[in-house]
Ligand binder design. Structure first.
Ligand code: SAM
Ligand code: CA
Length: 250
């Protein structure tokens, strides 16, 4: 209880819970004991071809996504923000042979850097890559579900089991407004980077990189909106740079 009589939210030490991740060494331990030894060879190769390491999904998050997709028996999926395809490959390897990924990115060149590795892994047939900004295509899918045929799926509404969002953070809330109708009830949307380099709790004068500072407010707003979203249940996990899983319930 604060001096003014108001109840303050409990700090994490007070509720007896501490993040297990107390150090970089512990993170390294997770990677070395549980992640790298089990990381499929093509995913290792993809990590190596990615020019901007900063952009790529981390190996532990890739492993997490792969397991999650298997746990929920995902078959029809979407990814917004492909880059060279690390999370895409992790998804493609998790899906059954007839699984599908609608993959959206404004840049095909980067996708093509990783594509030979995805092809060699024998999973390229699961991917429908579309170059261009995601929002107009989502609008099209929401407005006229019959115009867009994703292989045998004539109907887009409620047809996706899993959607991974890892693109322009200033559009996440716009994406959510569309994706909530495209994902099925019981399906999951994963929003990536919801801890945004730890900048969300940085003091106002903290020396943040320009792009981190620019997108910070959008991530803060997204987190607030997801926390009270009436059609979803959520869980924000400190994996990678933070991933918020959002389960559509209505
Ligand atoms: N998921 C990728 C991986 O595991 O390597 C990383 C994605 S990277 C962080 C973000 C990507 O979003 C970039 O490839 C960028 O071209 C793409 N992007 C940015 N704005 C976009 C938009 N409006 N529509 C679609 N893709 C966009
Ligand atoms: Ca990311």
């Amino acid at each position: 209880m604060a001096a003014n009589g108001e109840t303050q939210p409990a700090k994490h030490q007070e509720v007896g819970h501490k993040s297990l991740l107390q150090s970089d060494a512990l993170y390294q331990y997770i990677l070395e004991i549980s992640v790298y030894p089990r990381e499929p060879q093509p995913m290792k190769e993809l990590r190596e071809v990615a020019i901007l390491n900063l952009m790529t999904t981390s190996a532990d998050e890739g492993q997490f996504m792969n397991l999650l997709l298997k746990l929920i028996n995902a078959k029809n999926t979407m990814e917004i923000g492909v880059y060279t395809g690390y999370s895409l490959l992790s998804t493609a390897l998790a899906l059954p042979e007839d699984g599908k990924i609608l993959a959206l990115d404004i840049n095909r060149e980067n996708y093509e850097i990783g594509l030979p590795i995805i092809e060699k892994a024998g999973v390229a047939h699961k991917i429908d890559f579309r170059e261009g900004p995601a929002l107009p295509l989502l609008d099209q899918m929401v407005e006229d579900a019959s115009t867009y045929k994703f292989w045998d799926i004539a109907k887009c509404h409620g047809s996706f089991d899993f959607i991974f969002v890892d693109a322009d953070k200033d559009n996440y809330r716009n994406y959510h407004k569309r994706l909530i109708d495209l994902v099925k009830v019981g399906g999951v949307i994963g929003y990536d980077n919801t801890l945004w380099n730890g900048s969300l709790v940085a003091p106002p004068d903290a020396p943040l990189r320009k792009y981190v500072r620019y997108y910070r407010d959008f991530v803060l707003e997204l987190n607030k909106a997801l926390a009270v979203g009436p059609r979803v249940e959520i869980c924000q996990l400190p994996v990678g740079d933070g991933i918020t899983l959002s389960l559509r319930i209505i």
